[in-house]
Design a protein around this ligand. Sequence first.
Ligand SMILES: *Cc1c(COP(=O)(O)O)cnc(C)c1O
Length: 397
Amino acid sequence: MATNKKPGNWRKRTIAVRGGQVRTGFQETCEPLIFTAGYAYEAAEEAEARFKGESPGYQYSRLSNPTVSMFEERMAQLEGAPAARATATGMAAVSAVFLGSLQTGDHVVSATALFGSCRYVMENVLPRFGITTTFVDGSDLSAWAAAMTPKTRLLFVETPSNPTLSIVDIAAVAKIAEKGGARLVVDNAFATPVLQRPMDMGAHVVVHSSTKFIDGQGRALGGMILCRQDLLDENLNQYLRNTGPTISPFNAWLHLKSLETLELRMKQHCENAQIVADFLAQQKKVPRVLYPFRPDHPQHNLAKAQMDGGGGVVTFEMEGGKSSCFKLANALGLIDISNNLGDAKTLITHPETTTHQKMTPEARAAAGVTTGMMRISVGLEDAQDICDDLAQALKVA
Ligand SMILES: *Cc1c(COP(=O)(O)O)cnc(C)c1O
């Protein structure tokens, strides 16, 4: 394999198209999809050297694969991260960061507003290994500081959060982590490196569900861990190699190629989401709209300071609670009812009865999820058609 041209001081969009590309002897222009479980050695001595770590190259695709390596390298360059490991799903990435870096007796502090499965891992999986978590209001910096103990090893944040799109001050929470000798993990699935680079603001680890905006077309699952080399070297690298949450080379190839258009797509997602948010804010039956780049978002200034766009998700409240939300959803002709997000197709969901159904009413209230709340993942269709569909459905609701 020949490496590609040297990455000069490439800008983000160039990195997204060319970063990490490696060519085989065929000199193909498109990144190759290397679909193999194993690798052959020229001689037994080469195999021995490879296993000793004295000869570069691949051994087995659970450990690494050339197509997966290209996806990792391109993501590392985009996030400004020293190291990257791709995983089968976003949840594989999140769980591996916890299980591959914590031990019994350790403590985690997390923002309350979280993706449901992340919360499940912290509330139900980690306690079985003697690891406890304190949940805090992510916007309350004094609550973060107060929750720190000498055993705190990780702080976990999703910003913007699902579904309330609340924003956490990454730089400030990173300082609190640093002071306590802990690491800050940021789930960057909603913003992507196009809109937000948490490591530039002091975060120690970034995790992604590449299933969402990175894939961008709702096709394949994937995840990514971005971090400094020391975290990988402690335990995480061996944890990943031996427990095997490995991404398929095919999914890695899809997501690698999707990165080429990520910036163009995110710009359009943001533009469409802003139009949809502004449209919804004018509707009588919609008392509240949450979108980070609207001036009425409670953390608008913070969002503007740490993000380059408001993102592709809009959350709003319907008058009349659950029944009018259901009427609205059922009357839609273009927009699909789906709990996924980050698709080119606009998708709508009622979090209380879907993504956040398994939470207790108290936990739901703490996460800000109300009975009249709807979340739209605004796609890449003509924004006017999305608004027209919402307008006709609002008449019915
Ligand atoms: C979807 C999602 C996840 C989980 O990712 P999967 O690829 O579905 O495992 C984690 N965090 C956030 C913010 C998500 O949106």
